[in-house]
Design a protein around this ligand. Structure first.
Ligand SMILES: *[C@@H]1O[C@H](CO)[C@@H](O)[C@H](O)[C@H]1NC(C)=O
Length: 348
């Protein structure tokens, strides 16, 4: 009888998993969790980066920000495509101006045409109100910010939550707790702005007083320091690239676990259920999207697919940024309108 119940339990567990399972959750469960020493190097902030090898084999990292300095770490390897994940617990209480970032970049190798994929957590005057921002730069496209900002359905300072990035040749997906929150496709519209050169993974905490909270209105208050961001369940998986010979790519993966097969087996990055889930998240929690920002783009960047309901919803948050009245749909092939340096409209 006991055995029978056990088997039933197993069956019910495996069915739940297969129904709810996203690419992110199956990757997280199948890929190895690295200790800090196995996968990362100290980036800055000397003793403000703390690992505890006694308690958990160095699998948890604390990044501190105090008056003296912030802190950060970087992956030992450069990666071309892959799956990158961390479980993060953000500092609680008063966190205005504090920025925690979990991101990929190659800015130190390609100074003029770098690529970047960001998760940024922007502190707030009340602990609950952490906003999360994602952004994408490709090939030095820093003149086009592709930011999106969201609220969350939980308080990210109370517990650990998973934040993951899947980056393939054709797709970038940002996940929170295995729910896809944003998908960026390589498209004709994005051209070279889709990240396509090897990047390292970074995690940092720093003082963003000048801009992070309400555009810099609220500064970091060091009375509440140190601010501590905790990182664990660090997953790094992709093709590693030699930092000198950038063309030398190692996709052999880990022979014992067949890790690379796991990644290359991803055909459909999002099932239709997962896409519906993503839409629901965005309808409920997205508070800013560059595609609708009239103060920055007279006409949105080429890849934007506008939705009048979304436009209306964003206007409620910020009528100035997101303009008044319906947004005219973009017509393909009409050329891009941009503000020239003198502010007049140009056709390019
Ligand atoms: C990236 O930028 C470099 C230099 O600005 C340019 O030569 C190259 O064609 C760009 N690559 C793509 C894919 O657009």
């Amino acid at each position: 009888m006991k055995e029978f119940m056990f088997i039933c339990m197993l069956i019910s567990i495996s069915t739940t998993v297969s129904v709810a399972s996203s690419t992110s959750s199956s990757l997280r469960k199948n890929l190895p969790v690295l200790s800090f020493d196995e996968g990362y190097n100290h980036l800055f902030g000397d003793s403000n980066l703390v690992t505890n090898s006694k308690d958990d084999g160095g699998k948890t990292v604390h990044l501190l920000l105090n008056k003296r300095t912030g802190s950060g770490f970087v992956s030992q390897d450069l990666y071309l495509h892959g799956f990158f994940s961390a479980s993060i617990k953000l500092p609680a209480d008063y966190t205005a101006g504090v920025v925690v970032a979990f991101y990929m970049s190659n800015g130190d190798i390609f100074e003029r045409n770098h690529d970047e994929l960001d998760f940024e957590f922007l502190g707030n005057i009340r602990g609950k109100d952490w906003k999360i921002q994602t952004n994408v730069y490709g090939n030095g496209s820093t003149n086009i910010g592709r930011e999106e900002r969201y609220g969350l359905w939980f308080d990210p300072s109370q517990d650990f939550h998973h934040y993951s990035i899947l980056w393939t040749q054709s797709h970038i997906i940002f996940y929170v707790d295995d729910i896809a929150i944003r998908e960026v496709k390589r498209s004709e519209g994005m051209v070279g702005d889709f990240p396509s050169k090897p990047m390292s993974l970074y995690a940092t905490i720093w003082d963003g007083s000048t801009w992070a909270t309400n555009g810099g209105k609220y500064k970091v208050n060091y009375r509440y320091a140190p601010y501590v961001a905790e990182f664990t369940h660090l997953v790094l998986h992709g093709c590693t690239v030699d930092p000198i010979e950038l063309s030398s790519i190692n996709c052999d993966g880990d022979a014992t676990t067949n890790n690379l097969d796991i990644l290359s087996s991803i055909k459909n990055t999002l099932s239709s259920d997962q896409r519906v889930e993503m839409m629901k998240f965005r309808e409920k929690h997205m508070m800013y999207s560059y595609c609708y920002d009239h103060t920055r783009y007279l006409s949105p960047p080429e890849e934007c697919v506008l939705d009048s309901l979304e436009a209306k919803r964003l206007q409620q948050f910020d009528p100035v940024t997101f303009g008044n009245g319906p947004i005219a749909p973009r017509h393909k092939g009409k050329g891009r309108h941009r503000l020239s340096r003198t502010g007049s409209m140009v056709n390019i």
